[in-house]
Design a protein around this ligand. Structure first.
Ligand SMILES: Nc1ncnc2c1ncn2[C@@H]1O[C@H](COP(=O)(O)OP(=O)(O)OP(=O)(O)O)[C@@H](O)[C@H]1O
Length: 684
């Protein structure tokens, strides 16, 4: 099965620096290698690669024992002698690590030989042990070797970039330092980390070297733009994000280092290293993901401190990453006034070592006291808006009622047959995905191709059939979204679906799973005599998954048969009351087409565990763009209601003061939304 590796990166951050002198990916035309290269792919979608048979750490150990292979149990990996060392010319310089240089991921079974850089699946490893041929590929740092064109481009940019202190104009160097907040970072630090500056692009250049100093494999370019009193950073990576993963700062790590500080930005690593002298590494995609392929490089550390940033999102990411790294060895620096990001701390003259000492252990047992929770509670209270989750950019009324989309919740969504549930939920999820919410779709009823077509139309807000010349532009942008699809179709067992979801959370840091719809998991339960019990069991499984994985699950459920002229209620959801009890949010697509005409629908929030606000607002269906979002001119008429039965208030949501709580629609703390500014025209 083919898999497209994804960055999980909000698009806008990757948008190139723009200007008349800019070429492909925002690089100066003179540096860009020819016209944009179109890679032909076997499939158009990022289908999720699931191991043929999921493997557990116990099975890995048992297998190694059964074949007489010695091993060491590590934090996230099992270490064993590598059968691939002899085959490689890339011998370790010191020769020290050639024993036990094979790292097998305890969760996925994928392996990496740190000496030869061979990598492969658990099945590849077994085949090699059993002499069934060598399925391992020789890779470079956890992914495929960069393509020749990328390597050339990397080298070309690197050669054109210069150390900051070698810039001919001192003013230019000073301006760059100010823009990037580097006034307190010394030349020596920049030199140790080999940071350069690309003059034509006004960008810092951070190199990614392969382990063992075998060469330059990739680059991250960081541009900065003043926006009021804030600086907006733009990143460009070569090779493209998702095609290559590496840790910035790797060459400075010694084999004897047992402690490391992980940051989400290269600039933070510079600040930390300079002021604390501790080993530090920067994650390639910031807080968006921690690809498991990087885990072997972090195995040597007995203690890992995650200091990812100064907002709640960084804190959430730190907690998720700690799970992968093994929480027992992780400590987290909590965002706060006196604990900004490392670079900011350096610039404010704070003591970074002292902040590191305040890091909280990520591990706690099943029972906690309020003492352990009090900091978390404070974090939520002092970041109310972020604690409310990611806000929709296309559905302001949903923000007013639900306040945002939060991790770890279960949303149940229902509506009459054929009312547009899939179409609506597609736009609802797409909206979040364009804001960096890593999303996994389980579409059991309609094919992934059809679903993607709907989504792409919604993404472009228009029929692409009539503008096929724009298809590639939109498809390229769509491809950059952190969006994955399960390849299931038709009936599936709940166990297989949950296993796949767990795998996706681990590998792609999925934060939102959409299941359309639950009825497709009921057939395999052999409980046709008691379909209600089967549904309760399935809902319980999704509830547990959402909580345990800190991942939001949106579950589409068909309603029970209702009179056509009556509106649906929470109790109309098929089955027992379990669905509405377990759900944090219940959304109902109300179809009042007889009264309101063909396009009109209403969305009712009939349960909201977060803060209790429930209500209903109109949706205007646009047949050409397949969107439900409220057109800008339309006056939203949000009604807050008490429950399914009675209205308690009837207030316009816009225009008049004192209506429903006014929440700013622009949301600077959230990840950027590439669609917001330029929905009407594609740009690259
Ligand atoms: N408000 C609307 N007005 C008119 N047509 C709509 C509306 N919403 C969706 N549609 C169209 O109706 C068709 C069915 O929509 P969709 O598949 O989203 O419904 P559904 O509720 O998920 O269906 P099912 O109950 O079969 O799962 C699609 O062709 C869609 O474009």
């Amino acid at each position: 099965m083919w898999v497209l590796l994804r960055s999980g990166y909000p698009l806008r951050i990757l948008l190139p620096l723009r200007g008349p002198w800019m070429g492909w990916r925002g690089l100066p035309r003179s540096l860009a290698v020819g016209p944009p290269r179109r890679r032909y792919r076997k499939e158009a979608l990022a289908a999720l690669e699931v191991p043929v048979l999921p493997v557990t750490a116990t099975e890995i150990r048992q297998y190694l024992r059964a074949h007489g292979i010695p091993f060491q149990d590590g934090h996230s990996c099992v270490r064993a002698p590598s059968p691939f060392v002899g085959a490689s010319k890339l011998k370790d310089e010191t020769g020290a690590a050639t024993s036990f240089s094979l790292f097998i991921d305890k969760t996925t079974g994928r392996f990496l030989c740190m000496t030869s850089l061979a990598e492969g699946s658990w099945e590849d490893f077994q085949a090699s042990v059993e002499g069934r041929g060598d399925g391992a590929r020789e890779g470079v740092l956890l992914s495929e070797a960069p393509e020749a064109e990328d390597s050339e481009e990397v080298q070309r940019i690197w050669d054109r970039a210069v150390p900051l202190w070698e810039l001919p104009e001192p003013e230019e160097a000073q301006l760059a330092r100010v823009m990037f907040g580097l006034t307190k970072v010394t030349d020596d630090t920049l030199k140790r980390f080999s940071v350069r500056y690309l003059r034509p692009a006004h960008s810092l250049v951070f190199p990614w070297f392969s382990p063992g100093g075998l060469g330059l494999r990739g680059l991250k370019l960081l541009g900065a733009e003043g926006q009021g009193d804030r600086v907006h950073y733009m990143e460009t990576t070569i090779p493209q994000p998702g095609a290559f993963h590496n840790l910035f700062g790797l060459p400075l790590i010694s084999r004897r280092d047992v402690e490391v500080v992980l940051t989400s930005r290269e600039l933070d690593s510079l600040a930390l290293s300079q002021s604390t002298g501790l080993p530090t590494l920067a994650l390639p995609r910031g807080t968006a993901c921690l690809p498991p392929v990087l885990l072997p490089y972090l195995e040597q550390f007995r203690r890992i401190v995650l200091w990812l940033g100064d907002d709640l999102r960084s804190w959430e990411a730190a907690k998720l990453f700690a799970r992968k790294l093994n929480p027992k060895r992780c400590s987290l620096v909590r965002p706060g006034d006196q604990q900004p990001s490392p670079l900011e701390a350096l610039n404010q003259g704070l003591n970074l070592s002292r902040i590191l000492r305040t890091a909280l252990p990520a591990w706690h047992k099943s029972i906690v006291s309020f003492r352990q929770l009090r900091e978390e509670v404070l974090g939520e209270l002092s970041n109310v808006e972020q604690a409310a989750g990611v806000r929709w950019s296309r559905f302001p009324d949903l923000n007013r009622l639900l306040k945002g989309h939060r991790k770890g919740e279960l949303t149940v969504f229902t509506g009459p047959t054929g009312s547009g549930k899939t179409t609506f939920i597609s736009e609802y999820a797409l909206d979040l995905c364009t804001q960096g919410v890593n999303t996994l779709w389980g579409s059991f009823e309609i094919s992934n191709v059809r679903l993607a077509r709907v989504m792409l139309t919604q993404f472009a807000v228009g029929r692409l059939e009539e503008q096929l010349d724009k298809y590639d532009e939109w498809a390229d942008r769509f491809e950059d979204l952190p969006l994955y699809f399960m390849t299931f179709h038709g009936q599936q067992s709940i166990r297989t679906v949950i296993d796949t979801m767990q795998h996706a959370v681990y590998v792609y840091d999925i934060c939102h799973v959409v299941i359309d719809n639950l009825q497709f998991m009921m057939g395999h339960e052999q409980l046709s005599t008691d379909r209600i019990a089967a549904q309760d069991y399935i809902i319980g499984a999704f509830r547990k998954f959402a909580t345990d994985s800190s991942c939001h699950v949106t579950l589409v459920i068909h309603p029970r048969k209702e009179d056509d002229d009556k509106e649906l209620q929470t109790a109309s959801i098929f089955g027992s009351a379990k669905a509405s009890q377990e759900a944090d949010n219940v959304l109902i697509l109300q179809d009042r087409r007889l009264v309101t005409g063909p396009g009109k629908r209403y969305l009712q929030v009939s349960k909201n565990r977060f803060d209790g606000d429930v209500g209903v607002f109109p949706l205007e269906f646009n047949k050409s763009s397949l969107t439900f979002s409220i057109p800008p001119k339309s006056k939203a008429r949000l009604k807050k209601i008490k429950d399914d039965n009675g209205l308690v208030a009837k207030k316009p949501s816009s225009g008049k003061k004192g209506a429903v709580p006014q929440i700013s629609e622009t949301h600077s703390d959230q990840a950027p939304n590439p669609n917001k500014a330029d929905l009407s025209k594609p740009s690259r």
